[in-house]
Ligand binder design. Structure first.
Ligand SMILES: Nc1nc2c(ncn2[C@@H]2O[C@H](COP(=O)(O)OP(=O)(O)O)[C@@H](O)[C@H]2O)c(=O)[nH]1
Ligand SMILES: [Mg+2]
Length: 98
């Protein structure tokens, strides 16, 4: 099954997006842990807010086909570095055929 991992700051809207895409069955957990739900991998906001957790993000992303970077459109700042999308396709997923 193809997996989509969602990353983004706390309150960016990751859990709401999974809920919308999965038909409202998703129950987000408050615990600061990865949450697997069908094809979705939800990550805590802390994983992108604290560089201490970057290794966990990188390791988990190896298990997913799509990396969704969720950004609060009303926020004046973003933690995503401009070149992050290019880095995340460097592993060869970008030319994956299926
Ligand atoms: N206006 C607006 N609010 C949203 C949207 N998506 C999520 N929210 C609200 O933003 C807050 C944080 O959303 P949540 O999904 O818990 O963010 P997460 O911490 O990234 O999982 C909640 O109060 C949501 O109701 C959206 O598309 N528009
Ligand atoms: Mg959440």
């Amino acid at each position: 099954m193809k997996k989509m991992m969602l990353i983004g700051e706390t309150h960016a809207g990751k859990s709401s997006l999974i809920k919308a895409l999965s038909g409202q069955e998703f129950q987000p957990r408050r615990a600061m842990a990865l949450q697997y739900f069908g094809p979705f991998i939800n990550t805590p906001g802390e994983f992108i807010e604290n560089h201490f957790f970057f290794p966990a993000l990188i390791t988990t992303s190896a298990d997913c086909h799509v990396l969704a970077m969720v950004q609060d459109a009303s926020s004046r700042s973003s933690l995503f570095p401009p070149l992050l999308p290019r880095c995340s396709t460097a592993g060869g997923r970008a030319d994956h055929q299926d």
